[in-house]
Design a protein around this ligand. Structure first.
Ligand SMILES: O=P(O)(O)OC[C@H](O)CO
Length: 413
């Protein structure tokens, strides 16, 4: 049988699920064997794939997180766009079957899908209901203003040491704060309209928002917990009453929380917007690397059809908390009664589909975004440690980030 290597970044239970999906596909037919290989976290996986490609040893399929999208798009000659592969193989592939907020991130301005959305998430708020009850907070406020009051009660009552933490701080507190409140994160429609996009978060309400978090970091309402998902144990352990993070943290919360937990939408800023936008996606998509043989390409097309089937997607969505990427998978999940039996699991999808995405909530398409996130997170760490003022820290991050954008623009135009 033809071998197809699939490098991915899904560790733990998610990795086992990926292995099961590949094994099921392999068992259904005899022509192809998909071999999933765990390559570390998202950054490790992307870096390994780039290095392997240069050495002529690339896998056929690689999972790349959403912030690597612009880099992959411009890696001319290194990728086979998914829309082309599926057309060449006459695969059963209908981009309109996917949720618009998901496909928007991964398509060209002409609507052509470059990579296959596989695990798309969006940030939500997890709450420890036991702590909230102890603190006398009856419902989870929808706005940052309401949240400030509720978290004050949590801390003042001694119900928990910390009010709120977050995973992926740049994604949640800058990128998604901007989208939710209809503010540009960068010019040129967040980079969708040109490589000359420049960062704008140091000139918008993001500055006040980070000021708020810096204040809360001082008074206990917020606790910074790391650049990726290192903050999750602060929530699992009951140290923090709430956590903002990926909808795909659901599996971890479900398996680790020894308390009554709930899922609420990501807060919006009542001083900025009356009715919030959708949030933007995170997670990752699957890219096909050039070098795949004719037989491998056929196998990949078949595998992608299988991955996008309502059954596989619905099962993956229900197990992980990633979004059902197709309308059919969402409908199947609803029909199966999953949302009714597991309250809160539909929050992410409601949040994504409640309104049509605007220019500010479609996503980000910025080159070198992996490095830009590091710059932003570095600035947040200094701000929260009181080493630099909020405006100064964000100005410095924007300046460094813009230099990275300019470098990418020069290399690709
Ligand atoms: O934890 P994930 O897979 O939902 O990803 C979160 C962020 O989007 C990664 O960039």
């Amino acid at each position: 049988a033809t071998q197809i290597d699939w490098w991915h970044a899904m560790g733990g239970g998610l990795g086992e699920k990926v292995n099961d999906i590949a094994a099921d596909f392999n068992a259904r037919q005899d022509d192809y064997v998909v071999n999933p290989v765990f390559k570390g976290d998202y950054t490790d996986t992307m870096m390994s794939a780039i290095a392997a490609f240069r050495a002529g040893k690339a896998p056929e399929i690689v999972q790349i997180y959403e912030v690597g999208t612009a880099t992959m798009m411009h890696a001319k000659g290194a990728i086979i766009p998914v829309y082309r592969l599926m057309a060449e193989e006459s695969a059963d592939f209908d981009p309109s079957a996917y949720l618009p907020a998901v496909t928007g991130y991964y398509t060209t301005p002409e609507g052509k899908m470059l990579s296959l959305p596989f695990n798309s998430s969006t940030p939500v708020t997890y709450v420890n209901r036991d702590i909230l009850e102890k603190a006398g907070v009856d419902e989870v406020p929808m706005t940052w203003q309401g949240l400030g009051k509720a978290l004050e009660k949590v801390v003042d009552s001694g119900a928990a040491d910390c009010g709120l933490t977050t995973t992926w701080p740049s994604w949640v507190m800058l990128e998604n704060y901007s989208a939710r409140n209809d503010i540009p994160f960068a010019s040129e429609a967040n980079g969708f309209e040109g490589l000359d996009a420049r960062l704008q978060f140091n000139e918008t309400a993001v500055v006040d928002h980070i000021q708020r978090l810096a204040q809360w970091q001082q008074d206990g309402r917020f606790a910074y917990g790391g650049r990726k998902d290192e903050a999750a144990p602060k929530f699992y352990s009951g140290e923090c009453a709430m956590m903002m993070g990926s909808s795909a943290s659901y599996a971890g919360v479900r398996d680790n929380a020894n308390f009554d937990f709930g899922v609420a939408p990501l807060s919006y800023d009542a001083e900025v917007i009356e009715s919030p936008n959708n949030t933007i996606i995170g997670g990752a998509s699957l890219w096909v690397l050039s070098g795949a043989s004719e037989a491998q390409k056929k196998g990949i097309a078949e595998f992608f059809e299988y991955l996008s089937s309502p059954e596989v997607q619905a099962d993956w969505h229900q197990f992980t908390g990633y979004l059902p990427i197709t309308t059919a998978a969402a409908e199947l999940t609803r029909k199966q009664g999953f949302y009714e039996e597991n309250p809160g699991t539909d929050v992410a999808i409601e949040q994504m589909t409640g309104s049509a995405p605007t220019e500010n909530s479609k996503g980000l398409r910025l080159g070198n975004m992996v490095q830009i996130r590091d710059v932003i997170n570095g600035a947040l760490e200094k701000i929260f440690a009181g080493e630099v003022g909020v405006q100064q820290g964000l100005d410095q991050a924007a300046e460094k980030g813009n230099a990275l954008l300019e470098k990418f623009q020069n290399a690709n135009s």
